[in-house]
Ligand binder design. Sequence first.
Ligand code: G3H
Ligand code: 13P
Ligand code: ZN
Length: 311
Amino acid sequence: MALINTTEMFRKAYAEGYAVGAFNVNNMEIIQGITEAAKETNSPLILQVSAGARKYAKHAYLIKLVEAAMEDTGLDIALHLDHGEDFEICKACIDGGFSSVMIDGSKHSFEDNIELTRRVVEYAHQFGVTVEGELGRLAGVEDDVNVSAEDSSYTDPAQVEEFVTRTGVDSLAIAIGTSHGAYKFKPGTKPQLRFDILAEVERRLPGFPIVLHGASSVMQDYVAKVNQFGGSMPDAIGVPEDMLAQAAKMAVCKINIDSDLRLAMTAAVREHLVNNPDHFDPRQYLTPGRNAIKEVVAHKMIHVLGCAGKR
Ligand code: G3H
Ligand code: 13P
Ligand code: ZN
C-alpha cells in the first residue's frame, strides 16, 4: 500500500462511470471510520485535509495517522489538500508528503486564478503530485469564510478549456449549484443542480475529471437524531443523492463530502451521551461516533458514488 496521486483513480472512474469519494479528516476516529468503510466495500479513496484540519490536528499527526491507516487496512490512499488558498500552503503540503493538492483560486479574477494555479501545477508536477483547480464559486461556509449566495457564481463553460490548457491542472472543481455546509437549499424549495453546465463542460473537456464540492446530502435521519438528543439544528436540505449518482455517471470523478460525516458522528455521540449520562470515558462515546462515520461512508460508496468494488 502507498500514498498515490489521483491520475489512475480518475482515469478508471471516468472510464467506468463512477466517482471517488473525497472525505474530510480531522482526527483518528474519522480516519479509521472512513478507511474501514473503504476496505469493506473495496473502494478507491481520497482523504482530504482542509487548512482548518491542518491547524486543528497538525500536519505531522495527520500524515502519520493516514500512514497508519494504510498499514492497518492495506489500502492505497490519495492524501489531498482541500481548498489550498495560496502557493505557500500547497507547497507545504507537497513538501510534507501529500500526494494531491487543490489550489482554490476561485475568489480571484480569471487571469489571477490561472497564474496562481499554473504556479502550483509547475511545482507539484515535479514531485508527481496532482493538482485540482476551481472555476466558479460555491456558496456556503468553509473555514470560517462565508460566501453568500449573491457572491457565488456558476462556472462559465466557455472558460474551462482555456483554464485547463493554460494551467495544466489534473482535475477541475466546478460550481453547478452545490454549496458548502449543512444549509444548502431553502427548506420547502426543490434543490436544483445545473446539469446543463456539467454536460457542456464535459462536451468541451472530453475525458477530463470534474470535481463536485459541497456534495453532502444533509441526511435527514441524522439531523433528526441530533435534534432528538438535545441539538437544535434548523431545517436543512442538502444535495439529493440521486443527483449525485447522476453526476458520478457523467464527468464527475471526485465528490467531496464532509458535513454528512460531521452530522453522523455528532448524532451518534449525542445519542450515546444522552442514553448513558454516567459515561465519561471518551472511548465510550467515540466508538459509536466512529461507527457512524463508517456507516455513512459505506452508504455513500455503495449507493451514491458507485465506487464500491472498484479498487
Ligand atoms: O469545504 C470545506 C470542508 O468542509 C472543510 O471544512 O474548513 O471547516 O475544515 P473546514
Ligand atoms: P459539504 O459541506 O457539502 O460536505 O462539502 C464538503 C466539501 O466540499 C469539502 O471541500
Ligand atoms: Zn469544498
